[in-house]
Design a protein. Structure first.
Length: 232
């Protein structure tokens, strides 16, 4: 346990709420929540296989398969063909719950072969945070923007990462693809983190931080505009 059982429970509950909220926040553009969640589920499924947690891997494979089937009808494959089905709160919250719960299972449950445990080294517990870095980034920035404008963090608007990319000139599909590419980069890094040597873990952490910092710097003009309360 991290700091004892009660602290572990509190941290786990906070993590689950944060991930559920982050996935729910991503459900603002066709194909976005489903695409990023599929990437995360695939990364966690691979991590579960590395850890030889076959039951958890099977559940994650089912989740990834379901999300892939959902994307067939939700992703904007053509600009003139909108999505035919939508995720909504009834989909994003359960998906976020499953990702968070299964991430905890993978990270903190010792497999049959401890050599492959993602939590064997102390920085292995950061694996879920790296894999889910992109949705967490969006959730944190949007929450700070809304609070800075005196708004409720739970009231929807058009200030999400995807919306800001569209305001910068990308198409909706381009914004979704770029965010999915960033999520894939972080997912691969998180997948390698648990079994990495200390110096490799430093490089992975630096890569993740640099990706997010680069995005934040490029977004600075738009974020500065939004901090004044402008919401287009």
């Amino acid at each position: 346990h991290v700091g004892g059982p009660w602290l572990s429970v509190a941290l786990s509950a906070t993590f689950m709420v944060a991930i559920m909220n982050a996935v729910n926040f991503l459900d603002n553009m066709d194909g976005l929540a489903g695409g990023v969640s599929f990437i995360a589920a695939a990364a966690f499924c691979t991590a579960a296989c590395i850890s030889r947690q076959w039951a958890t891997a099977a559940v994650l494979a089912l989740l990834a398969g379901g999300l892939l089937g959902f994307l067939v009808f939700n992703f904007p494959w053509r600009a003139t063909r909108p999505a035919r089905i939508f995720m909504g709160d009834g989909g994003s919250l359960p998906v976020g719950f499953l990702l968070a719960a299964l991430a905890i299972q993978i990270t903190f449950t010792a497999p049959d072969d401890p050599e492959y445990a993602l939590g064997a080294r102390w920085y292995g517990v950061l694996t879920p945070l790296v894999i889910l870095a992109v949705p967490l980034y969006d959730s944190v920035i949007v929450t700070l923007l809304r609070l800075g404008q005196g708004k409720s963090p739970m009231v929807g608007d058009h200030q999400h990462f995807s919306h800001r990319l569209v305001m910068r000139g990308l198409s909706s599909r381009g914004a979704v693809l770029l965010i999915c590419a960033l999520a894939t980069t972080c997912g691969i890094g998180g997948l390698l983190l648990g079994t990495a040597a200390p110096w490799q873990a430093v490089l992975i952490g630096a890569q993740t931080i640099m990706v997010l910092l680069t995005v934040a710097v490029l977004e600075q003009p738009m974020l500065a505009q939004m901090r004044t309360g402008v919401d287009r």
